[in-house]
Design a protein around this ligand. Structure first.
Ligand code: NDP
Length: 334
């Protein structure tokens, strides 16, 4: 069983020596378990947080653990008759060739209904994050203006497209010309490169009526550009802060938290953090039905950024955090 484990906790951006590549005997399933062969691994930003020794909404990994991650796998052997060899399932096997998982935690996928990789992206956790945050917190209305960054990634591109389907004017922000071109192709009202000069000026020009919903995926300079443009009663689903994940210290002063709270007060803003699983019991079925139909009809489109080979997971993961991916970042095992 080839696998990749956490060799040391990264300081800032992970480096190759933070990852240990090794092999172990293929494990055997016990009662209620299945042995799975990994086909695809999801690379997600939250995994960077779990490499730190800091308690967050999920417990940190321990040094020596196989790197965690959602997986699409094929059943090799099952101790439970609800799964048969050859079935394809969504699980949480992490960065390894084989995993043993509890059958109760697996979801069988229908390869005829949609490409199985979509269970890790547009029809899975990232797509659901977009749908739930936008519906429950963003509450975007027809005619309103929505902005979202990391807009070429799986969460952001779903946010932009759902908002457009709900009648909002949509401003999509991403890094680099290639991503801007992709977003224009998806039909957003404005696509902006956050790496090009004068984001605040270009954003203001793209939002003449201000911003009613800002779906926060990144923080940093994009948030600084958005804040002055927020309208009274604007909603900010705080979903992620990708600009900070490799940061090792706070940015230099002055401390602007007082000014931020002043804006929250004066404009009656709603900033509400969320972890998608909060909404799963109440919204996942609606998501599957609505998003499934949009993807099947082509009203919501998605892109995948596939790297072939387990050994390349560390470089692809670090690249994803920096924005090298165009669409959902995946590893497909060779
Ligand atoms: P992406 O594939 O979009 O990857 C993250 C992207 O963040 C990068 O590709 C990069 O794109 C962008 N980024 C990185 N640094 C900066 C920066 N300094 N300024 C602006 N953009 C930056 O990831 P996902 O779609 O999977 O996730 C998007 C966000 O949603 C993340 O913050 C993630 O943690 C969060 N999330 C939250 C969940 C929840 O339950 N709350 C669940 C799932 C995801 P670019 O080239 O455009 O800069």
């Amino acid at each position: 069983n080839r696998r990749i484990r956490l060799a040391s906790r990264p300081h800032g951006e992970p480096v190759p020596s933070d990852f240990l590549h090794d092999t172990a005997p293929v494990p055997s399933p016990g009662p209620g378990e299945a042995l799975l062969r990994t086909l695809h691994i999801s690379l997600d930003p939250y995994v960077r947080g779990r490499m730190n020794d800091a308690k967050s909404y999920a417990a940190p990994m321990e040094v020596g653990d196989v790197i965690v991650g959602g997986t699409v796998s094929e059943v090799v052997e099952s101790a439970d008759e609800s799964l048969a060899p050859g079935d394809v399932v969504l699980g949480y096997g992490g960065w390894q060739e084989y995993s043993v998982e509890e059958v109760a935690g697996l979801h069988r996928l229908d390869p005829a209904a949609a490409p199985v990789t979509t269970a890790l992206g547009v029809l899975g956790m990232p797509g659901f994050t977009a749908y739930a945050g936008l519906t429950a917190i963003g509450k975007v209305q027809p005619g309103e203006t929505l902005a979202v960054a990391a807009a070429a990634g799986p969460v952001g591109s779903a946010v932009a497209q759902i908002a457009r389907l709900r009648g909002a004017r949509t401003i999509a922000i991403a890094g680099g010309e290639r991503k801007v071109a992709l977003l224009e192709e998806l039909g957003v009202d404005a696509a902006l490169d956050h790496r090009a000069p004068d984001l605040p000026g270009r954003l203001a020009a793209a939002a003449p009526d201000g911003i009613d919903v800002y779906f926060e995926n990144v923080g940093g300079a994009v948030w600084d550009a958005v804040l002055p443009l927020l309208n009274e009663f604007a909603r900010v689903p705080v979903c992620g802060l990708a600009a900070n994940y490799n940061a090792t210290s706070l940015p230099d002063g002055p401390d602007r938290s007082g000014a931020l709270m002043g804006q929250v007060l004066a404009k009656s803003l709603t900033l509400r953090g969320f972890i998608q699983r909060e909404f799963a019991p109440t919204m996942f079925e609606d998501f599957q039905r609505e998003m499934g139909a949009w993807v099947a009809s082509g009203e919501v489109r998605y892109h995948e950024d596939v790297t072939i080979g387990l050994d390349r997971a560390p470089e692809a993961f670090v690249g994803m955090l920096k924005g090298r991916n165009l669409g959902k970042a995946l590893i497909t095992l060779d």
